[in-house]
Design a protein around this ligand. Structure first.
Ligand code: FES
Ligand code: FES
Length: 79
């Protein structure tokens, strides 16, 4: 498995309304942190995020969290 791109080494903190979202796993989307279809032709596919509560979420921007799609602090150990 090749490494995803790293759009930023910190989370995207955004308020989300309840609904279904597609988190970009490949790191190539131009509409981070969500998928814009740029993964096509790669081995990556977006991860479905089901939000039931309206609040702020920290979505992983480094694409290396162990709790995708949420940031788990892994970005702090990136060089
Ligand atoms: Fe990255 Fe779709 S653009 S997963
Ligand atoms: Fe990826 Fe924090 S931004 S783990």
């Amino acid at each position: 498995m090749s490494e995803p791109a790293c759009p930023q080494k910190k989370p995207y903190v955004i308020e989300l309304e309840p609904g279904t979202y597609w988190w970009c796993a490949c790191g190539q989307s131009k509409t981070q942190p969500f998928c814009d279809g740029s993964h096509k032709g790669s081995e990556f596919s977006p991860k479905e995020v089901k939000i039931t509560e309206k609040k702020k979420y920290g979505l992983c921007g480094c694409k290396r969290s162990n709790n995708k799609p949420m940031c788990d602090g892994t970005h702090k150990s990136l060089g």
